[in-house]
Design a protein around this ligand. Structure first.
Ligand code: ZN
Length: 244
């Protein structure tokens, strides 16, 4: 079983004046946990900002294979120690998927080490997302491209380190382009960033987006996980005579 922790700040959805409360009455994490939970090989838990310690402890991370993170206006409310724990867990081997505005979340910024800034506007543009790496495991079953009727426009430059692979590139009717799906390895862990998913659109109910997240969970599961440095075994030195 792949143990997934879906973390969401869960703020917009509780604001009755925000459209997100109609689209995601049980939170973005609720929708993501629901579709992932239907898979036989996945076990899902959720955590939010209002939970004690943001719902994150070392024990919980040790028992998590892949963390999924959605955040926006609550980034600064996540304690630095929690962000450091998530970063450390990824370096040890845990997978991490950062969605949409999580590009400015503390754990993502720590893992990238760059500004992670981008340009953006909300104007209901249609987005056409192109598959740039069709052989990548995350792109399987997605096709050449797919379209989102509307989502927030994100534009380049995106202040990230060059990705190991750019799996998807988004194009908007307003003309912008954006690296919409990117992967990195950090220590023993794998990281995936996926751009679509502004809270006022039903993006996470879209079957194509759900398939991408599912593929990403299976891709990001740990291959090797260790907290400890490799030992330096001090093998007997090779005798000069043996070399002659
Ligand atoms: Zn947004």
């Amino acid at each position: 079983m792949i143990k997934v922790l879906v973390w969401n700040e869960f703020m917009h959805e509780k604001d009755k004046n925000c459209k997100a409360s109609e689209i995601y009455p049980d939170g973005i994490h609720g929708v993501i946990a629901e579709f992932l939970g239907k898979e036989d090989d996945i076990e899902v838990r959720t955590a939010t900002l209002d939970d004690e310690n943001c719902g994150i402890t070392k024990e919980i991370l040790d028992d998590t294979d892949v963390i999924i993170w959605w955040g926006h206006c609550g980034h600064s409310r996540v304690p630095d120690e929690i962000a450091a724990m998530v970063q450390e867990a990824v370096l040890n081997g845990m997978g991490a998927i950062f969605l949409h505005s999580a590009h400015k979340s503390k754990p993502f910024m720590r893992l990238m080490g760059t500004s992670c800034s981008l340009t953006w506007r909300e104007s209901d543009d249609m987005e056409r997302v192109w598959t740039a790496s069709p052989a990548h495991p995350i792109a399987q079953g997605i096709g050449r491209y797919f379209e989102l009727e509307a989502d927030e426009t994100y534009g380049e430059p995106f202040g990230i380190p060059s990705p190991d692979e750019t799996v998807f590139i988004g194009w908007y009717t307003g003309g912008e382009v954006f690296r919409s799906g990117c992967t990195w390895s950090r220590g023993n862990g794998k990281v995936f960033y996926l751009q679509p998913g502004h809270e006022t659109y039903p993006t996470y109910k879209n079957p194509v987006i759900q398939k991408i997240i599912l593929n990403a969970v299976r891709w990001a599961k740990p291959v090797f996980r260790s907290e400890n440095c490799m030992d330096c075994p001090n093998l007997p030195s090779v005798q000069r005579a043996e070399l002659l």
